[in-house]
Structures are given as C-alpha cells and as structure tokens.
Design a protein around this ligand. Structure first.
Ligand SMILES: [Zn+2]
Length: 493
C-alpha cells in the first residue's frame, strides 16, 4: 500500500510537507513553513521559544508530531524522545524557497536531504550569511565540565553536526528503498527547482513543485509535462498558486521594460528584486549592459554568485562576482569605518567591521562604496533591498534618479503597510512625486490559470490533488477526478 499524507501545503500557499509511505519506506517531499499558519500566531516579536520550539509548534498544529523526525538535541530537551531510530528515509527538496524548506533546520541530522546543487548552495548561503542551520545543526542545550570543574554551556561550532545532504543530478533517477525518484527541472523564480516523479510498487506519483512557463526555462517545464504524460501518473500533486490569474508578461519582458526605464533615467537607477532570484538578477544585469551601466549588487548576492561560480557544474550560468559589469557594494560595517581615517583605526579594525564571509569582498577589484556611486550616478543600477533602505542616505540619489520595484505586489494589509514605508523613502529623496514615478515591474514564479490548465490536461494523470493553492475549484473544472484534501489527510494509491 502507498499512502500520501499532507502535513501542509494544502488549502494554503506554501508550507509543503508531503509524507509518502510504501511499506517501510517513508519519504517527505519538502519540509516548508506555512506563512499563513505562522502568521496566525506569530509575528516579528513573537515566535516559538527556542527552549520549547517543537512543543510550541506541535501545540499550534504547525509541525506534525512524528517521533524520530526531529533533531535529537531538541527532541531530548523538549521531552519528545530523541533516542529512537528514525523511520524517515529521506526528504526530497523541490527548491530552497522558505515555504518549501524553512523547517529543515528542525529535522534530525541523520535524515538525508536530497536536493539539487543549486538548492544546496542557496541553503549554504542562508547558513553562512545569516544564522540558519540548513547544512549543519549546531547542537543546543549541551553542557560540559570546564577546567575549573564547573558545568558550562557548550555552544557554536564546537558542537556542529553536519547534515546528510545528497545532491542529485538533474533528470537522473535514483532509488530510496522501494521508491524510485526522478527529479526533473522546472522553471520557477529561484535556481535549481525540481519537480518529482515517484515510482512506487502501487503506482506513480507526480509533484509539480512550483512552476511556470514564462521564465527563462520554459523548456524545462515543457519536458516535465511531457515526462508526466509518458509516466502514466496515478496521481499528480498539482500546484495552483495563481490559477485565478490571467497571463502576464515574461521574464524577458521584465528585462526589456527595465532597460527602457534605465535608458530614460538621468541619475542613479535603483532597484529591488528577490535576493535569491538569480534569473531576475540576470534581467537587471542584461538591462545594465544594454544601457552601458554596471549592476551594483550587495555582499549577500556576491557571496551567492561566488558559490555558484566555484561549482564546476554551475559556473557560467550566472555572472561571476568579478564580472566586468558587476560591482559589489561595500556597505557600512558595524562601526562604519569605511570612510574613517584608517591610520587611526587600523586596517585590522576595518576588517573587524565585517563578518568573515564579507571580508574578502573588501579587496575585490570591483568593490565600491557609497562615495563611488555618489560621484557617478548615471553609470550604475544599484540594488537596494527593502532591508537596507538606509544605504540611500549614504548614496544620496541625485535629481533624475529612478526606482524599479521588481517584487511581488502586496496581497495583504501587512505588506501594504510595508510598501507604503518603502514609498516614503523614495518620496523623501524626491524620486516619487507622481504616481507614474513608481515602476512596478515583476513577473511571478507561478503559472497563471492557462498555464496550470495546460499542465492539468497535458499530463493526463488519472487523479489530481491540488496543492499550494486556495482555489481547488479550478483544478476541478479542468479534471474529472480531483481529490481535495485537508491538512494531515491521507490519500491511498
Ligand atoms: Zn517557490
């Protein structure tokens, strides 16, 4: 018997956690966070308590209560076992968006995570430039006896346990016990996204992951659909984030529209886009080239490009961190010594202003700071994230500067408030005087209604389960055998 239990990602956009069980083989597809569920209870200043995080999340129905699934240090400290063998054989990760991967840091270290190389590098970027624990679990609640004979708290890298990360090859099948796995690349808004086709003794399961046809890799999505048709699927878990939306522009249109706006810009062109969407970075990079400017990225993006560039498989897919049309923006560090007298403070103190992963960029030939941008505003497209708008105070955008917002439009009041705040910054700098000064140029990572209808019809699966959507009525219109499920429901094959 093969069972799929939906521990998240149904009647909801994101939070995918699908448990596939065949005899003794148990595999999770994705282990993501649901924004809507977390948002019901938590906010910026109210989250699960580190000391009791698992129980807090169990209580609120956010994480499934399964023994042997969670990291041992947490499970033991929170009285949820921890000594038992795990029954979970693997987690298959479709991609490194938080609604698909953010709860991986809670998982047991010895459960292998199967993912693409791109997803691995993005998770590495999360860990090393932030405080996440995707690739290594830094053990908590550990004590040791120090040399004075006192009990001390162990912390940090001293007690880091690496996770088992198994990088799969795109398009190449492999087996996990009784289940055959085929990872197939699809087009979406972050590198390395893979849909899956699983072969079990009782039948074949497809999982679309998140997909679209209007990005730079539509052929990949097309091939996945083709493969589904050939695989005679018993059930397709089919995403439907934007089933109610009409067709939009393409990623190539974004590139063109951005080029046009930058062409008409006399001062500095400023932009905001999803930090890990390298296809979008590429659109701005191409627009910069088209307009004889350079794209100025932040250190986090430079670090991600560095990781991609160091991989023999991925080198050349995106611009490298020292590309001649890329500049790296050195932001003010903790003491802001970048423009202070270095003879007084010393080179050593300047380095101490930055985290270890940031330091090497200070010596890059293409590194620059606010003074360089201030002087030559018409030579750059300057990336400025919503979290670093203060950099505008240093950069001082001159008369005739523009801002291009290449991010999803607000779809709730919280996001509207945030967007208003962003607008205030550009009003302050005199860049937003009229409605038409606000350039919103974005395409979604998800297919519209027509595209999903095409996937539903063309894949010819015997049955369908809508996932990653709040509108299953569309799937029902397009397919005669649709099973809508609630969180924690199971479907038998
Ligand atoms: Zn996604």
């Amino acid at each position: 018997m093969t069972n799929i239990t939906f521990h998240g990602g149904v009647n909801d956009i994101g939070g995918n956690k699908f448990l596939v069980e065949n005899k003794d083989t148990k595999i999770f597809m994705d282990f993501g966070m649901s924004f809507s569920q977390e948002g019901q209870f938590f906010s910026q200043f109210l989250g699960p308590r580190t000391s009791n995080s698992l129980n807090d999340l169990f209580e609120l129905g956010i994480l499934p209560k399964i023994k042997g699934l969670y990291r041992r240090d947490y499970a033991k400290h929170m009285d949820f076992g921890g000594d038992e063998e795990t029954e979970i054989d693997a987690v298959l990760l479709t991609h490194a968006h938080v609604d698909h991967c953010a709860y991986i840091p809670y998982l047991r270290e010895d459960i292998p995570i199967y993912c693409s190389e791109e997803s691995k590098l993005i998770m590495q970027n999360f860990d090393e430039t932030g405080s996440d624990q995707y690739l290594t679990a830094k053990q908590r609640f550990q004590i040791y006896e120090n040399n004075k004979g006192q009990i001390s708290r162990a912390s940090g890298d001293k007690v880091a346990v690496p996770r088992r990360i198994e990088v799969f090859e795109s398009g190449k099948g492999f087996s996990i016990d009784s289940i055959g796995v085929h990872p197939l690349p699809v087009d979406h808004s972050i590198p390395g996204v893979h849909a899956f086709i699983l072969n079990t003794p009782e039948g074949t399961i497809g999982n679309t992951a998140d997909l679209r046809f209007h990005g730079r890799r539509r052929d990949d999505t097309e091939k996945f659909v083709q493969k589904c048709t050939e695989s005679d699927l018993d059930v397709l878990l089919c995403e439907g984030t934007r089933v109610d939306a009409r067709s939009s522009i393409t990623e190539y249109d974004v590139e063109g529209k951005v080029s046009d706006i930058v062409n008409d810009t006399k001062g500095l062109a400023i932009c905001g886009y999803p930090i890990r969407d390298l296809d979008r970075l590429l659109s701005f990079y191409i627009a910069a080239k088209n307009t004889n400017r350079d794209l100025v990225i932040d250190m986090k993006q430079a670090y991600l490009l560095k990781l991609f560039n160091e991989s023999p498989n991925l080198k050349g897919k995106y611009p490298g961190p020292t590309d001649k049309n890329i500049k790296i923006y050195i932001q003010r560090g903790s003491w802001g010594l970048i423009d202070k007298d270095i003879d007084i403070f010393s080179e050593r103190q300047l380095l101490a202003d930055y985290r270890i992963w940031q330091r090497e960029f200070l010596d890059y030939p293409n590194a620059l700071d606010y003074r360089d941008i201030q002087k030559k505003q018409n030579q750059y497209i300057f990336y400025c994230s919503d979290f670093r708008l203060q950099d505008l105070i240093d950069v001082k955008p001159a008369e005739g500067s523009s801002y291009i917002r290449s991010l999803t439009e607000p779809f709730n009041t919280e996001m509207e408030i945030k967007e208003d705040q962003v607008k205030n910054w550009f009003v302050h700098f005199g860049m937003l005087k009229r409605e038409e000064d606000w350039h919103q140029i974005h395409v979604s990572g998800h297919g519209d209604g027509e595209q999903i209808k095409y996937v539903v019809e063309k894949t010819k699966a015997k049955s369908l389960v809508p996932i990653h959507t709040q509108h299953d009525e569309y799937h029902k219109k397009w397919h005669s055998n649709v099973t809508s499920v609630n969180q924690h429901d199971s479907v038998k094959l």
